[in-house]
Structure formats: structure tokens, C-alpha cells
Design a protein around this ligand. Structure first.
Ligand code: PEP
Length: 253
């Protein structure tokens, strides 16, 4: 059974104190994670250890870094390496969020390096892909996303892709309040799975968790997560509100 994941992306929001309060509130709200379900918190680097400690012993709750360097180590002031993230006991790193692609010029080739470095350090990438509005309006979103997958993931082996995590995030739906319809999400998720099937076979593709991201909230999570190829969500704005994110966790299938 594929992992179903509700991943919170705090981005550059919340102080440590606000973040800890949010986690406290969230843990006191009713939540019930089944064996195949996970809640993941992608929090700012300075709080990774604090939030990890707060979640210690909570079954199926994980902490993620929001990014890592494509370099192993050395004179790269301000960068954080995958090895450093591993050394504090984390399992997840978000790779290639559209904000990183757009504001920090992360190309598909750079992201391939980041995915590699995560594997070298036994970290699970949450690999983001998704098209901008102009591409959606031109109707070429399928080939656009396929190229992102090809150029950043297709050098990997079938074993590496088994149980991998991809987040499809149409850029026009991130932080805009404009959600893709559950049908649009399902259509792209099925396309992503078929691209992975063509390259790696059905057995591998069926193990890949594909999360949807783009204005997911408590009111739409159940419908979106209910689609057969949607395995949860990567959530920005609504993950900053405890009751909202608790409901999103509870919407996992
Ligand atoms: C995101 O940050 O990945 C995201 C999907 O944001 P939002 O939920 O606010 O659209």
C-alpha cells in the first residue's frame, strides 16, 4: 500500500515560539494516523531540531527540511548540506519547490543533483513539479511536467524510485486560493504515474506517492485526496492553522 502523506510547508513563516505553539495545538486536536499515513512538517532550518524533539515518539509524524544544497560540503556560505540534515536524524527533504525554482534559479539539472545527494545520505526527497499558468493555458502541462520528471529523476534506478515521493503543484494554484479541481489533479497525477510506468514499469510506479499541492484546505482536502492517484498533499497556507491542518491530516485515505 502506498504511503499517504499530509506535508506542511511552513515556508519562511512563524517564529520558533509560534511554530511550537502550532505543533502543540495540532497534537491536541483529534488526529488518527493509520499505518500507511504520515504527517510531515517542512519547517525552517533553525527549528528542525526543536520541532523534531517536539514530535519525538509521535507515531508517523516526521520533520522535513525545505531544501538542501546540491553540493556535498565546503565553501558555500549560507548553504545547508544533505549530510547535515541527515546528521540531526531527519528523513525527508523537499526538493524543487516552485519558489526555489523561480526565485533561486533551480533548474531540472540542479534538482537532479539534489535528489542524488539526498540518496547518498539516505534522505527521502519530496520532489516537486508543476506548470506555470501560461503552460496550463496553452494546454501543454503534460509534456512540461514530463520533462521535469525526465530531467531530474530518470537517471535513477527502479530500486531508488520504489516508494519515492513526488508532489505535483500547479504554480497557478499555489498561495492563490485557486485550487485545481479534483478532476484536474487526478488527470495530472494519472499522467505522472503513467510517465513513471513507461520508464520503470507498473510495479514501481504503483509504489510512488504523488501528493497534490495548491491551496489545499480543510474544506477541499477530502475530495482531492479521495481521487485514486492522489496520495495526500503538500500544504502551505492552511498548514499554518492548527485546526485546518489537523482536518487535512484526517482527510488522508
Ligand atoms: C506550497 O507551499 O507548496 C503550497 C501548495 O502552498 P498553498 O497551500 O498555500 O497553496
Amino acid at each position: 500500500m502506498r504511503k499517504q502523506i499530509a506535508a506542511a510547508n511552513w515556508k519562511m513563516n512563524l517564529t520558533l515560539q509560534q511554530g511550537e505553539t502550532l505543533i502543540d495545538e495540532l497534537l491536541s486536536a483529534p488526529h488518527d494516523l493509520k499505518e500507511n499515513q504520515q504527517a510531515v512538517f517542512a519547517v525552517p532550518f533553525p527549528y528542525l531540531i526543536n520541532i523534531k524533539n517536539k514530535l519525538a515518539g509521535k507515531k508517523n509524524f516526521f520533520v522535513a527540511a525545505q531544501n538542501c544544497s546540491d553540493k556535498k560540503s565546503g565553501a558555500y556560505t549560507g548553504e545547508v548540506s544533505a549530510e547535515m540534515i541527515k546528521s540531526i536524524g531527519l528523513q525527508y527533504v523537499v526538493i524543487g519547490h516552485s519558489e526555489r525554482r523561480e526565485y533561486f534559479n533551480e533548474t531540472n539539472a540542479v534538482l537532479a543533483e539534489k535528489v542524488n545527494i539526498c540518496f547518498e545520505n539516505e534522505l527521502q526527497s519530496i520532489f516537486c513539479c508543476g506548470e506555470p499558468l501560461a503552460i496550463r493555458e496553452a494546454g501543454t502541462q503534460n509534456s512540461y511536467v514530463e520533462t521535469q520528471l525526465k530531467e531530474s529523476l530518470f537517471h535513477l534506478t527502479a530500486a531508488q524510485l520504489t516508494g519515492f515521493v513526488i508532489a505535483y503543484e500547479p504554480i497557478w494554484a499555489i498561495g492563490t486560493g485557486k485550487t485545481a479541481s479534483s478532476e484536474q489533479a487526478q488527470e495530472m497525477h494519472a499522467h505522472i504515474r503513467s510517465v513513471m510506468t513507461k520508464q520503470y514499469g507498473n510495479d514501481v510506479a504503483e509504489t510512488i506517492s504523488i501528493l497534490y499541492g495548491g491551496s489545499v484546505k480543510a474544506s477541499n482536502a477530502k475530495e482531492i485526496f479521495g481521487k485514486p492517484d492522489v496520495d495526500g498533499g503538500l500544504v502551505g497556507g492552511a498548514s499554518l492553522i492548527a485546526v485546518e491542518f489537523a482536518a487535512i491530516i484526517n482527510a488522508l485515505k
